[in-house]
Design a protein around this ligand. Structure first.
Ligand code: CIR
Length: 253
C-alpha cells in the first residue's frame, strides 16, 4: 500500500519540454487543470499528496517520477539521461530529506531515469534505454541490494521508458504492450495485453487497489476492468504531447 505521493505543478516552460510525439504544443491552462485532477485521483486512493511548486528552469520537471526511485527502505536519486533534466535532481534531493533517512545517488557515468524502473514487490526491473545505461542500472542494483532488495535489467528497443509500455498492477497482473508481450523476463506474470492502437494506456498506475489510467482508451479500460480493478480515468492529453505518461507525474511511496 502507498501512503504518500509527490508531484510537481507544471510550469509555463513545459511547452519547451522534450517531445517526439508530434501532437502539437501542450495547452498550459488545460495541463494545469489536468494536473489538478490527477492530484484529486491520487487523494481519492488515500494518498497524502505533496505538491511542489512549478520549476520554470526545467520544462520537464513535472515528470517527477524520473528523478528518484522511492522504495520502502531508501530513496535513490537518479542521474537523468536527458542532459536538460540532470539538474532537476537537486531540488528533489532536498524534498526527499523530509521523507527518507537513507538517500543514495546514481553517479556519472551512470545515467538513470526512474521511468525505466518498475517495482514488483521487493524486486525492481530496470530498462536499459536511451536514458538509462548499464552503469546506472548496476549502481541502482547495488543500492537495492544494500537494503535487502533486488534488481535486474531488461533491454528495450521501441519505447522511451520501460514503463511507457508496461505497468505492474499487483496480484501478478502485468499490463503490457508491444515488445514487452514476449520478453522472457515477464512471462511469469499474467499478462494483460494492451493493443498497439491504445499503447499509451499501457502506462497506468496501481494505487491501493485502484488503477489510474489515461482517459480515452476503451479497450484497455475493458481489459483492466475484466481483471477486477476499480478504475479512475484521468485526462492527461497535454502531458502525452511531451511523451509523458500518467506514471511519470508522481512519485508514490
Ligand atoms: C522527457 O522526454 O523526459 C519528458 N518530456 C517526458 C518524460 C516522461 N517520463 C516517463 O515516461 N517516465
Amino acid at each position: 500500500m502507498f501512503k504518500k505521493a509527490i508531484v510537481r505543478t507544471p510550469g509555463k516552460s513545459m511547452v519547451m519540454g522534450i517531445s517526439t510525439a508530434e501532437l502539437g504544443l501542450p495547452d498550459y491552462e488545460l495541463a494545469l487543470r489536468q494536473h489538478a485532477s490527477y492530484i484529486e485521483a491520487l487523494k481519492a486512493c488515500g494518498l497524502e499528496v505533496t505538491v511542489l511548486p512549478a520549476n520554470e528552469a526545467f520544462p520537464d520537471s513535472t515528470f517527477v517520477e524520473d528523478v528518484a526511485l522511492l522504495t520502502k527502505e531508501c530513496a535513490i536519486i537518479t542521474n537523468p539521461g536527458a542532459d536538460s533534466r540532470r539538474d532537476e535532481i537537486a531540488s528533489m534531493k532536498e524534498v526527499l530529506k523530509d521523507f527518507y533517512k537513507n538517500i543514495e545517488e546514481v553517479q556519472e557515468p551512470g545515467r538513470v531515469e526512474a521511468g525505466d524502473i518498475m517495482m514488483v514487490g521487493d524486486h525492481f526491473y530496470i530498462g536499459l534505454s536511451e536514458r538509462t545505461n548499464q552503469s546506472g542500472a548496476a549502481q541502482v542494483i547495488g543500492y537495492l541490494e544494500k537494503y535487502g532488495l533486488s534488481g535486474s535489467v531488461v533491454t528495450l528497443d521501441e519505447v522511451l521508458h520501460l514503463k511507457t509500455g508496461i505497468a505492474y498492477l499487483e496480484k501478478n497482473n502485468l499490463l503490457a504492450c508491444g515488445e514487452f508481450l514476449t520478453k522472457s523476463a515477464f512471462q511469469r506474470f499474467n499478462i494483460l495485453e494492451i493493443d498497439a492502437s491504445e499503447s499509451y494506456a499501457a502506462n497506468c498506475i496501481w494505487v491501493n487497489g485502484t488503477v489510474l489510467m489515461p482517459k480515452g482508451y476503451p479497450n484497455a479500460r475493458q481489459t483492466i476492468e475484466n481483471a477486477g480493478y476499480a478504475i479512475i480515468e484521468v485526462d492527461v492529453s497535454e502531458f502525452k504531447k511531451l511523451d509523458g505518461g500518467l506514471s511519470c507525474l508522481s512519485l508514490r511511496f
